[in-house]
Design a protein around this ligand. Structure first.
Ligand code: ATP
Ligand code: MG
Length: 560
């Protein structure tokens, strides 16, 4: 294509709300345009990239044996009532009424729709296993849409769902999907890691997330420095440990006026935060509970949710009504259940609140205190890896994909049964598999850019090659050579852009570099005199003179 025929609205400045580099560059390169918070239009260059990502995903999904379907974005409330999620799903689910007053929602995901479809059409165990996918728009009314298309409200997802007679068959398809995702992310040219993810009540290794490693990632991923262990921080689990030290100190109450945080207390007493205990009060459906953690550890909300169900931190008033003193809560005589994190339970001679205003206790030990133990905390850098090999290192990741063994959660609720071998009805077992198609583009940019702009992986660049003729509109010789080269490239099936604008060379170079086109050929009168063209790869500073006659074979050898 020719630049003058295209809308490529590049700009020098990024908008103020663009905090991360991918958001800035996607706007500056004219790939997307903001319509409203979390809503973006894809401009022509953006669509070219999107189509390439989709094509790779589609090809690999077809290879995996999954069948493409397309389900409506708009979903009737009845389906969500059947699965129980109409009540459970929070405000991310956009609900509305049609003109007849019937309730609907914009699909944030499609388990309900696909399971209803399977219940209707899959009748016999002989048809199983079967898997379906679609590439389609989702809507989630995110509380904080940000980072451009990375966390938007409307986005494109590839979602897939599989149906099975038993767990073995599900595991088999799950393994195929895991491999399919690796193939997809390899082809997309991403530096990614599959990591263990929280699988809620299903447990085990029934869920993996695929993360692109980037400092701007919203998730923390833990890796062992010695083994292959990798897990989302939410998922790293710890087991009960044996105490190694023995108590030596005498319990003493000390005045800690207005020192309410671990930071303040440890600084005031000149001790490490890891020698303190912090006590959190939570409100569960069964009442209040106290949770004790080491001072430098954070509560893992998913673990707490798995243990206690729905919960929230108690309010100041609630803490007061329990007779406790916020900032000075300890571990003794709390009057409510105390659950102690494994790492806190092996501490000796620690500091905690004295249950008395402006006082903490030092030299505290666990004897004479009633409590239960649990795994409550997030991992921190340097923790022993749960597989027993090496220490944990923490990096940031962008979740681009998620595969999950669902079990019978939806198939039971939506009655997706088949007639089994014995003639009796069997509830199918399900898996689900998502990729954030639009998020992938942002993630690819987070990993591939420099101060001039995007450096697209070859597989998803909007064009493979840009031809920049200098004085195209003045020099008939340059024009003829450039047009010829362009034509030959087109015939060879190369995705080529001819910059035919009446612009200064600097502007044309800057635009193609901002857009991240992997290969560039420059033609000028000087080159024409020498019978050469100049080649430069986007990811290298080197400029190479190639004879005009060899230009085609040269570029073909460069394009992967
Ligand atoms: P997150 O934790 O980032 O909100 P999620 O766990 O809600 O993601 P899934 O429900 O597993 O995401 O959705 C599948 C994929 O869809 C995710 O792996 C992610 O790549 C993508 N995705 C989810 N929410 C968004 C969003 N708001 N904007 C863009 N992509 C998204
Ligand atoms: Mg989400």
């Amino acid at each position: 294509m020719k630049t003058t025929q295209l809308l490529i609205p590049t700009q020098k400045e990024a908008p103020n709300d663009a905090q991360v580099i991918s958001h800035q560059l996607m706007i500056r390169a004219g790939l997307i345009s903001k319509l409203a918070s979390g809503l973006y239009s894809y401009l022509p260059m953006g669509v070219r990239i999107l189509k390439k990502v989709e094509a790779i995903i589609r090809e690999e999904m077809e290879k995996s044996g999954s069948q493409e379907v397309l389900m409506p974005v708009t979903q009737p409330a009845e389906l969500w009532q059947e699965s129980g999620r109409w009540e459970q799903y929070g405000p991310e689910l956009l609900r509305f009424k049609d003109r007849h007053g019937r309730d609907f929602c914009m699909g944030p995901t499609h388990e309900e729709v696909i399971t209803t479809m399977a219940a209707q059409y899959i009748r016999s165990y002989k048809q199983l296993p079967m898997s379906f996918y679609q590439i389609q728009t989702k809507f989630r009314d995110e509380i904080r849409p940000r980072f451009g298309v990375m966390r938007s409200r409307e986005f494109i997802m590839k979602d897939a769902y599989s149906f099975h007679l038993d767990q073995e068959s599900l595991q088999n398809t799950y393994d195929i999907m895991h491999q399919t995702y690796c193939n997809i992310f390899d082809r997309l040219g991403l530096d990614y890691r599959p990591v263990l993810a929280d699988s809620g009540s299903i447990g085990g290794d029934a869920s993996h997330e695929f993360h692109v490693l980037a400092d701007s990632g919203e998730d923390a991923i833990c890796f062992s420095d010695e083994s292959n262990y990798a897990a989302n921080i939410e998922k790293v689990s710890f087991s009960q440990q044996q105490a190694t030290a023995t108590p030596k100190e005498q319990q003493t109450s000390v005045l800690t006026k207005k020192k309410t945080s671990i930071e303040q207390v440890s600084e005031f007493l000149a001790i490490a935060p890891s020698s303190c205990i912090k006590t959190l009060i939570i409100k569960t459906l069964e009442g209040f509970k106290a949770l004790a953690l080491r001072g430098d550890h954070e509560l893992n909300e998913i673990k707490a949710h798995n243990l206690f169900g729905e919960f929230e931190l108690a309010s100041d008033d609630e803490i007061k009504s329990l007779g406790l003193k916020k900032g000075f809560i300890g571990i003794k005589a709390l009057g409510i259940d105390l659950v102690v994190d494994y790492s806190a339970s092996i501490m000796c001679d620690f500091v905690c609140g004295a249950n008395e205003w402006d006082h903490h206790l030092t030299g505290v030990n666990w004897q004479d205190t009633e409590f239960t133990q649990a795994d409550l905390r997030n991992a921190i850098e340097g923790d022993d890896s749960p597989d027993g090999q090496g220490k944990l290192v923490i990096k940031r990741g962008i979740e681009v994909g998620h595969i999950f063994q669902l079990g019978t959660k939806y198939s039971k609720a939506m009655k997706a049964n088949v007639i089994g071998e014995s003639g009796k009805a069997v509830t199918t077992t399900m898996g689900c598999y998502g990729i954030g198609v639009t998020r992938v583009i942002a993630a690819a940019i987070e990993q591939n850019y420099d101060d001039r702009g995007i450096i697209f992986p070859e597989s998803i660049a909007p064009f493979q090659l840009v031809i920049v003729p200098i004085n195209y509109n003045k020099s008939t010789r340059v024009k003829a050579l450039a047009d010829d080269l362009y034509q030959v490239c087109l015939e060879a099936g190369i995705e080529v852009l001819l910059d035919d604008r009446k612009e200064r060379a600097g502007i044309m170079f800057a635009d193609s570099e901002l857009l991240g086109i992997p290969h560039r050929m420059v033609l000028s009168d000087t080159h024409a005199d020498n019978g050469n063209v100049e080649y430069k790869a986007r990811n290298s500073a080197e400029k190479i003179e190639v004879s005009y006659d060899q230009a085609m074979t040269f570029i073909q050898s460069k394009i992967k």
